[in-house]
Design a binder for this molecule. Structure first.
Ligand code: HEC
Length: 286
């Protein structure tokens, strides 16, 4: 059992090392941030998620859809946790098509909690045509879909720079340090003070980038906090189980372990008695 336990620990140790080395490899070029949602105890910073929603809505949503999000998600546990009233008020700012009514006509009405986030363009072709031939990817799972996740998105938003001398850029193409190939067809979306945060936070490019990135990570992993809690419980459960199994193994096997010596002792005693009685060494008997 102990050998098995040691082997198990060894395997866990090796895989942790190689996994972190591997993820280090993936992320090595990106800007590092101490995200609150990383690690097994990670949780989102509510205020940051709420600000992130504001940045997404006021800036990014002009081009990027988030088709898997509904307005009700904004008030759910583990997310930005707006109150139901706030989420309803947010939804009501948008118009969605509904119908048909009794006359067979489609009509527009204010969005409700159950509606999906309103898209900036009706389809991929329309958004590609409006953005110089480049499709602004849907944001609901973007953070999960890109290697590097949060660090990649944050770095990309911070990565606009003057191109190095001699670097050719076509019209509508911008230099970005972190985009593969360093060319991106999205102009720098964030400028100092672009949004007016209602909680008084300074809207620097860095702050907005962090907030919107956290929001996008939540959008792609809305149950992250619940999963972290569950993972923690599972580990505690396994530790208790392992301890119990180890203890019962010790108990069961103790019966066998203790037997050896008395057996030999008994044999020695018998041998001695026989030798005394016969006056000879029993081993020489034929
Ligand atoms: C004016 C339209 C527009 C706005 C506003 C905009 N984007 Fe984009 N975005 C694009 C387009 C177009 C692309 C595709 C660029 C390409 O493929 O070269 C893109 C690409 C991206 C990518 C790279 C995705 C990938 O393929 O790896 C990220 C990340 C991104 N945008 C984030 C944001 C964020 C965050 C905001 C808001 C702060 C934002 N964008 C605002 C048009 C926009």
């Amino acid at each position: 059992m102990l050998v098995l336990l040691n082997r198990l620990l060894f395997i866990i140790f090796i895989s942790t090392i190689s996994f972190s080395a591997f993820s280090e490899e993936l992320n090595k070029n990106y800007l590092k941030t101490n995200w609150s949602f990383k690690g097994i105890f990670g949780t989102f910073d509510r205020a940051s998620l709420q600000r992130g929603y504001q940045v997404y809505q006021e800036v990014c949503a002009g081009c990027h859809s988030a088709q898997h999000l509904s307005y009700r998600n904004l008030s759910e546990n583990g997310g930005p946790e707006f109150s139901i009233e706030e989420a309803k008020a947010i939804a009501a700012q948008f118009e969605v098509e509904d119908g048909p009514n009794s006359d067979g006509e489609m009509f527009m009405r204010p969005a409700r909690l159950s509606d999906k986030f309103v898209k900036p363009y009706p389809n991929v072709e329309a958004s590609t045509a409006a953005n110089g031939g480049a499709y602004p990817p849907d944001m609901s799972v973007l953070a999960k879909a890109r290697a590097g996740g949060a660090d990649y998105i944050y770095s990309l938003l911070m990565g606009y720079e003057e191109p190095p001398a001699g670097f050719e850029l076509d019209d509508g193409v911008y230099y970005n340090k972190y985009m593969p190939g360093n060319k991106i067809k999205m102009s720098a979306p964030l400028l100092e003070g672009l949004v007016d945060y209602s909680d008084g936070t300074q809207a620097s490019v860095d702050q907005m980038s962090k907030d919107v990135t956290a929001f996008l990570v939540w959008a792609s992993e809305p149950h992250l906090e619940a999963q972290h809690r569950m993972g923690f419980k599972v580990i505690i459960y396994l530790i208790i189980l392992l301890t119990l199994v180890y203890m019962s193994k010790q108990k069961v096997w103790s019966r066998f372990g203790a037997k050896k010596e008395p057996e030999e002792e008994t044999f020695d005693k018998v041998e001695k008695v026989v030798t005394e009685y016969e006056g000879e060494d029993p081993k020489t008997f034929k």
